[in-house]
Design a protein around this ligand. Structure first.
Ligand code: GUN
Length: 290
């Protein structure tokens, strides 16, 4: 059994982003991502901080835009409109989830598809489904890259995804069925009876349900490749912060059966950030080449 080292794989992608950034800088372009965070949800603050740190390490710029949770939807939309017009900004990322009074769809639709480095805009999703050029969502794209880098046989494999979110499960199902990836995909969700029946069929099992420890040892086939997308905070009085991160997979039990397994943290998370950097650098390259 191999514990997949997402950090190391992500590091080499980040090196690539850094080199491309250096080239862009010599051409007078500094790749820049605007990051909008509404409110102070601790998990979101931590994600945003991690992304901005990675951008800086790759030589890219970021605009750190933090607004109160009570910002109106109209104000947020006009902030995004201004960033769409700002030629120095190549990518726009609005950290999700948003405060309840703001309609997420309106915000996602407001980001110019040319700057949609999250790949959440309906135009980006449409391009992905049709196999056209466009920004791919970072977590699903990072998972495909992880499998490729590990040389896991994906072509012809049965991939079972648990979770159908717009962020991970659904887009991942699209990417895995692309011709150049060629997996056979089953998507399970909260309406799936006998989840274990499906997960046991998986050559590649992707847990993206957001439920700590959902995938137990007896739900996994011997030799399966297990990708854990869950980042669940569970309280732990022994931990310094009062909580610890737990994936959707019971790591202890499942690692005894899997051939490859991602840890939480240090598996999928670093890949998401690395793919974001690639999207930002690509957005900047596109403006240079335009
Ligand atoms: N919240 C959780 N994951 C993500 C992500 O990949 N992008 C954004 N914008 N928000 C998130």
């Amino acid at each position: 059994m191999t514990i997949i080292d997402g950090k190391t794989i992500a590091r080499s992608i980040r090196e690539d982003a850094k080199k491309r950034t250096e080239t862009l800088r010599t051409q007078g372009v500094v790749p820049c991502l605007a990051v909008i965070l509404a409110g102070d949800d601790p998990a979101s603050v931590s994600y945003v901080t991690g992304k901005e740190k990675a951008l800086a390490e790759a030589g890219m710029a970021s605009r750190d835009i933090r607004v109160n949770a009570d910002i109106s939807e109209a104000e947020l939309l006009s902030l995004i409109a201004a960033l769409n017009e700002d030629a120095a900004v190549h990518g726009i990322l609005v950290q999700l989830p948003l405060p309840k009074h703001i309609r997420e769809d309106r915000v996602i639709d407001a980001v110019s598809p040319q700057k949609d480095v999250d790949g959440f805009h309906p135009a980006s999703v449409g391009n992905m489904v049709l196999g056209r050029d466009g920004f791919l969502p970072c977590t699903p794209n990072g998972i495909v890259r992880l499998l490729r880098t590990l040389a896991v046989p994906v072509c012809g494999a049965h991939a079972v995804i648990v979770g159908r979110s717009n962020l991970v499960g659904r887009p991942l199902s699209i990417l895995l069925t692309r011709k150049d990836v060629n997996a056979t995909v089953t998507v399970c969700h909260t309406g799936t009876p006998d989840l274990a029946y499906h997960t046991r069929q998986a050559d590649i099992l992707i847990a993206a349900a957001g439920k700590a420890g959902l995938i137990a040892g007896d739900m996994v086939k011997e030799g399966a490749v297990v990708i854990d997308v869950g980042v669940n905070r569970v309280s732990d009085i022994a931990a310094k912060k009062g909580y610890r991160l737990r994936g959707d997979v019971d790591f202890e039990a499942v690692s005894r059966k899997a051939s490859f397994i991602t840890p939480v943290p240090g598996g999928v998370g670093p890949m998401t950030i690395a793919m974001l950097l690639l999207n930002v650098v690509r957005a900047a390259e596109k403006t240079r080449d335009a």
